[in-house]
Design a protein around this ligand. Sequence first.
Ligand SMILES: N[C@@H](CCC(=O)N[C@@H](CS)C(=O)NCC(=O)O)C(=O)O
Length: 210
Amino acid sequence: MPRTVTVHRVPWSTNVERVALAAAHKGIVIDWVDHDPDDRSALVRLSGQPLVPVLQEPDGTVVTDSPAILARLEAFVPEPALWPQDPRERALAGVFTDWFNRVWKVAPNAIAKAEQAADPPDLQALAAWAAQLRASRKVFEGLLDGRDHLLGHAFGIADVIAFPFLKYAASLDPADPDPFHHVLHRELALDDTFPALAAWIRRVDARPRA
Ligand SMILES: N[C@@H](CCC(=O)N[C@@H](CS)C(=O)NCC(=O)O)C(=O)O
């Protein structure tokens, strides 16, 4: 009998897609609860904050923040594992995850925020953020040199963390309303210079989602 978990979501969410990819990898079924992105009141009542994804466990435990939710999925269904067993590889996976969430995401968030602000943008700062984001493609291309996934040959936590964001380098659904996704698509747009990154996006995109 597959394990079923309840997860709250809104449309077009990158962090929700992380959970969908990880759950499908583990054969976990998700009972999705959909919310109106413009009305987060039920999410706030449930979890004390408005962001998705939110995991609701049968005993009433509520978990926010996608990395914490992914760790819960790993605890529920350990195999196939997302995190490497080897301590050095596991530590590296943690470094990658923290870098992606705390460092890599800063530039596109800053650009999207500046472009939506009422004040005139600081053009020099915007150019620096954009250059930093474009330069990161080389990092991913290097990580994928000679292997199929970001931290090795097997699909794992780094791929789950990064794919929902990096996929915008290859394409963007015109119906996607999120300005942050449009920034990613514009600044990361791939040319022939990043063949390994382009192939990885296709490879991970072919995987199932819960
Ligand atoms: N650190 C959180 C971030 C969650 C987050 O930013 N979720 C977005 C959707 S991808 C959201 O709900 N945004 C709503 C908003 O910013 O108003 C995680 O990794 O789950």
